[in-house]
Ligand binder design. Structure first.
Ligand code: BGC
Length: 725
């Protein structure tokens, strides 16, 4: 009887799934028929008008056939404010275009929590809908190859696996709202210096293993509907006209069906770009009718150098995206600046903050013992929503660190503030004066404030002008004379807590040596200050882990060690190959300042009993590893278990280990949980350049379970056999 019931239930669900799939298939066929009809009705002129910008963020539709144009906007920090219709980047000065400011990319990555990346995507998608945008130019996830890259804060990580997990989750979230994600920048836009001209040379193996995985996953698993070609060249061809990247890899190998959009002003030809895979040319400088994909494209079709079939394919892709977005009947209305979105920002921010050092257990703050807190530093009052060259947000509100502390603690303690240093904007009158040198008057004032307080919380670091799109940092040094401020405050207040706010690694060697308490925070969005205050007060136990390595010295990081940044004669040769980020430091036995994956908690965790479900596997099987994680401290806390894999006896060059799985778990004080992690054996493959395919080498592999790439708690060996053994 029971068996029959089960059979019935199973049959019911199979039928339901089958029906769902059949319905989706019907819809696809109906859409395809509509697209075919429209393409037949469109004139060549109308088609061409759909392939280029008609204003800074939009393209034309065709009114007579009910085809809307595409409305895009940046991303990734939130839906950017609207711009004036005169062309150029001037604001439209509307009062209706404020939005939620989301934490920056490396903050999201520091959560090591793909479900938060998904919530980010959903909220961003909802806001884009509410602002009537069809495509949001996000997420951005080029690999952090050099810590100097001006866009490190926007991107996620130096690791392709962490990168891919977050990218897929973000894309799915955005598109759940019938807004197209535009994954960017495809590909190898790993530096801003000469980004519009530099040619990247990289081995096929490093391309496949390091730089492409997140793009591939966002297309194949995330099903991203649009992608942005990068500014730079790759193997001698601009990415916007790179047939290998766009036609061979993206379309033929990965099966991408959506639109390739150029980066703004990143198109360099008509015929090559049209034939080599670009669909839409965007840019910010009118007149738009002179764009490569405007009149010159029309002329090229008429002259027979670009076929009308090629144009039809581009229009087909655009219509395909339009039917998923603006013409989709399931499209929700969206919502903006909601409490739920603020909560998403708060959740990401509070899981992103990394506790670097807490030697004296000064954190969490012991509120019953505190009467006065000195809050020092410009970053305590700095707003990060919109500065520098890159896309920002006109945030509905942004809680600074000082406001956050006042909100959380202001009733029970006296909070005194001093600015401590000046942070002028790049190019401003007193920039050179302040970028490298301390301001002795401000330091004196800050010392006086800090001297008599129970605790001094010192906010230093970068900002979104200092770390910016279109330029790379010159070095890793702290700007604005901040080190002198740290030294001066530390000398007068033994309870100094240093909070560094930044989106990329900085040189904090001296702080690590001299200071007992260090917290790392990010450009953490509208709720950044509240989340930070809750971490300092202990309401939130920090669980962020670094998504990239902090080197002791810049010259020890791979691209700099090999002198391949920013390249010579406009060529950046990625000589480090696959040894990017921790893969380099581990393999070369270089101890970094803070390793990839590092981050402390107010509690402690012990690991034991690493086990795998079997000892030997075939290529199509999955390794399930389990490990016990015990919370041995007094606070409940989240821990991210990281599972790396290496192959010490490999016949080819390998990194010592590579991240292949991770899981973030909540563990109550005194409790133990068993964490299970799965690794498909196929993901152990390397890219065989000669045979142009992924190969899983048979033999023994070493599993490393740890709390960071350097703090390995347990190892285990498994073997992989080829099928015919
Ligand atoms: C950036 C893109 C951005 C575009 C539009 C370009 O400068 O590289 O990431 O989406 O501008 O603002």
């Amino acid at each position: 009887m029971k068996n029959n019931l089960y059979q019935f239930i199973i049959a019911f669900f199979v039928l339901l799934t089958f029906n769902g799939a059949a319905k989706a298939q019907d819809e696809n066929t109906a859409t395809e028929a509509k697209i075919n009809q429209l393409i037949k009705k469109l004139t060549l002129e109308e088609k061409i008008a759909m392939l280029h910008a008609n204003s800074i963020f939009t393209t034309s539709g065709v009114d007579r056939l009910g085809i809307p144009g595409l409305s895009t906007d940046d991303g990734p920090l939130g839906v950017r404010e609207d711009l004036s219709s005169n062309g150029g980047w001037e604001s439209a000065y509307l009062t209706t275009d404020s939005a939620t400011f989301f934490p920056n990319g490396s903050a999201l990555a520091a959560t090591w929590n793909p479900s938060l990346a998904n919530s980010y995507g959903v909220a961003l998608g909802e806001e884009a809908r509410a602002r009537n945008k069809d495509i949001i130019l996000a997420p951005a996830f080029n690999i952090a190859r050099t810590p100097l890259c001006g866009r490190t804060y926007e991107y996620y990580s130096e690791d392709p696996f962490l990168n891919a997990q977050l990218a897929v989750a973000a894309v799915k979230g955005i598109q759940s709202q019938h807004v197209a994600a535009c994954v960017k920048h495809f590909a190898l836009n790993n530096q801003e210096t000469d980004r519009g001209r530099v040619n990247v040379e990289v081995s096929e193996r490093a391309l496949r293993e390091i730089y492409l995985p997140a793009f591939k996953a966002s297309i194949q698993q995330g099903n991203a509907w649009t992608i942005m070609s990068a500014y730079n060249k790759f193997r001698g061809e601009y990415c916007s006209e790179n047939s290998y990247l766009l036609n061979t890899v993206l379309r033929e190998e990965w099966g991408f069906k959506g639109i390739v959009i150029s980066d703004w002003g990143g198109t360099h030809s008509t015929v090559n770009a049209a034939n080599n895979g670009l669909d839409v040319e965007m840019g910010s400088r009118p007149p738009y009718e002179n764009y490569y994909f405007a009149k010159p494209l029309l002329d090229s079709v008429k002259a027979g150098i670009v076929s009308e079939k090629t144009i039809d394919e581009k229009v087909r892709r655009i219509l395909w995206v339009i039917y998923k977005t603006s013409l989709n009947s399931n499209r929700p209305a969206g919502s903006i600046n909601t409490r739920a979105h603020s909560k998403t920002v708060y959740d990401i921010a509070s899981e992103s903050i990394v506790l670097l050092k807490n030697e004296n257990h000064l954190l969490p703050l012991q509120m019953d013992k505190l009467k006065t807190i000195a809050v020092i530093g410009d970053n305590a009052i700095h707003k990060f929503q919109s500065e520098g060259f890159g896309a920002g947000v006109k945030a509905k509100y942004e809680i600074t660190a000082l406001q956050g502390l006042q909100n959380a603690l202001g009733k029970s303690v006296a909070i005194k503030f001093a600015q401590g240093y000046n942070a002028p904007k790049t190019g401003s009158k007193n920039y050179n004066e302040h970028v490298n040198s301390p301001d002795s008057t401000l330091i004196k004032e800050a010392v006086n404030t800090a001297r008599n307080c129970d605790v001094a919380i010192l906010f230093i670091g970068g900002n979104r002008d200092y770390e910016s799109e279109s330029r790379d940092r010159k070095d890793l040094g702290l700007p604005f004379g901040e080190q002198a401020l740290v030294d001066a405050i530390t000398a007068v207040n033994a309870n100094t807590i240093v909070v560094v706010i930044g989106g990329a690694p900085y040189d904090i060697n001296k702080i690590k040596k001299d200071n007992h308490t260090i917290v790392w925070s990010w450009y953490n969005g509208s709720e950044g200050g509240n989340a930070l205050a809750d971490v300092l007060s202990g309401k939130v136990n920090p669980s962020g882990k670094l998504p990239f390595t902090f080197p002791v010295a810049l010259k020890e990081s791979p691209a700099h060690f090999l002198n391949t940044f920013p390249g010579e004669n406009l060529t950046a040769d990625y000589k480090e190959g696959i040894l990017v980020g921790y893969r380099w430091y581990d393999t070369k036995k270089i101890t970094p300042l803070y390793p990839f994956g590092y981050g402390l908690s107010y509690t402690t965790f012990s690991y034991s009993g690493l086990q795998t479900d079997k000892k030997s596997y075939l290529v199509n099987q999955t390794i399930t590893a389990t490990i016990k994680v015990k919370n041995t401290g007094k606070f409940a806390g989240k821990e991210t278990v990281q599972l790396y894999v290496g192959m010490p006896g490999s016949s080819i060059e390998r990194a010592e280990k590579e991240l292949k799985a991770f899981k973030k778990v909540m563990v109550a004080a005194g409790q133990q949980v068993i964490v299970a992690l799965s690794i498909p054996v196929k993901s152990l493959a390397y890219y065989d350049e000669q045979n142009r395919k992924w190969v899983v080498e048979p033999g023994d592999y070493k599993l490393f379970a740890g709390t960071s790439s350097q703090d390995i708690k347990a190892t285990s060996i498994i073997s992989v056999n080829s099928e015919n053994k």
